[in-house]
Design a protein around this ligand. Structure first.
Ligand code: GDP
Length: 329
């Protein structure tokens, strides 16, 4: 973090805000680094910055993209994002990986992802943040979305990088949730949890190319049948199930048409209502993590917990009593 932040904070913060609102990518990067910082003084400034840019946020479409590793998420985003920038849209890509503190670098480190898009003037790509507090990563990404919006990005793509645990987190911060799948052998519904399919606003079978188009079509049919059995979408939306190829760039345009149709269908109703609900969910999540931090940050609390563990192990105290005493101490 640039130390000038702390030397003359108000002036630097003003300049950062101005550059950010001007769409300056360096300023955006610095602002995201600031909100991810764990230093108390940075956190305070991050709060000021977010408050200051809040009126300039909210106008993008936020799209979540998930799928098993290898489904082609980054290839799809590369093609989809490039297509959007070709029509003048500014596209930001954020990745979220709640497990990043454990697996840091291992997923993203070994390949250059979205090579073309990362060189595109109208695109901004920010890899996963490395939060350590529960709820921290999600909260950072939510703030990063706001910063990208303030910087003038029209489409914000939030990609899940973690495996199997980040879907709900992403669903709760986007307007449209896209599930990328592959035509597998055998039972088409295996490999991805039903709950995740139920969350999807759009299911796309990727890699419908080479010898694969027929298998992809069959998979799409099977998923379409499965989707019919799910509870109806809250917004009255019919979840599209389609095939595409990020490699051959087919089936990509219609994804955007569907998103536009969804936006139209939900504008002035479900869309805003969902965002309101998401803000409330975010608030509750932060209250919970603040409570946890506050409690576990108390002096000698770890010691007290170890003492209670010993007493519980030796059956000298009930679990209920141990908890009561911890909170009373
Ligand atoms: P991610 O882990 O979901 O981000 O997947 P990647 O985008 O890294 O893709 C995984 C592999 O699948 C890479 O080797 C890609 O080149 C390949 N791939 C991605 N999309 C397609 C596609 O549409 N068709 C084919 N044949 N291969 C693809």
């Amino acid at each position: 973090m640039d130390s000038t932040f702390r030397q003359i904070p108000p002036v630097v913060l003003q300049a950062l805000k101005a550059d950010l609102l001007d769409g300056d990518r360096v300023a955006l990067g610095r602002a995201i680094t600031l909100i991810e910082s764990k230093r108390a003084d940075d956190r305070k400034q991050a709060g000021l910055l977010i408050d200051a840019i809040l009126p300039k946020t909210g106008s993008s479409i936020r799209i979540g993209i998930t799928g098993v590793p290898g489904a082609g998420k980054s290839s799809f985003i590369e093609v989809f994002g490039t297509m959007l920038t070709a029509s003048g849209k500014r596209v930001a890509v954020l990745s979220i990986d709640p497990a990043s503190s454990k697996s840091k670098g291992s997923i993203l480190g070994d390949k250059t992802r979205m090579e073309t898009l990362s060189k595109n003037e109208l695109a901004y790509i920010r890899p996963s943040s490395s939060g350590t507090i529960p709820g921290g990563v999600a909260s950072h990404t939510r703030e990063a979305i706001l910063l990208c919006e303030a910087a003038g990005y029209d489409v914000i793509i939030v990609e899940t990088v973690g495996v199997g645990q980040s879907e709900t987190v992403v669903k709760e911060m986007v307007d449209y949730f896209l599930l990328l799948m592959l035509a597998g052998g055998g039972d088409e519904l295996q490999g991805i949890k039903r709950g995740i399919m139920e969350m999807a606003d759009h299911i796309l079978i990727n890699k419908a190319d080479g010898a694969n188009p027929e298998a992809a079509k069959r998979a799409a049919k099977a998923y379409r049948n499965a989707v019919h059995l799910f509870p109806a979408h809250e917004a009255g939306w019919t979840v599209p199930v389609a095939t595409c190829s990020a490699l051959e760039k087919t089936g990509i345009k219609s994804v955007w048409s569907e998103i536009e149709a969804f936006r139209q269908l939900t504008a002035g109703g479900w869309f805003e209502q969902n965002r309101r609900l998401q803000r409330i969910q975010w608030f509750h999540a932060l209250v919970r993590s603040a409570l946890e931090l506050n409690f576990f940050g108390k002096a000698n609390i770890q010691e007290a917990i170890s003492e209670k563990e010993a007493l519980i192990s030796a059956r000298k105290i009930s679990v209920r009593k141990a908890v009561q005493e911890l909170f009373e101490s």
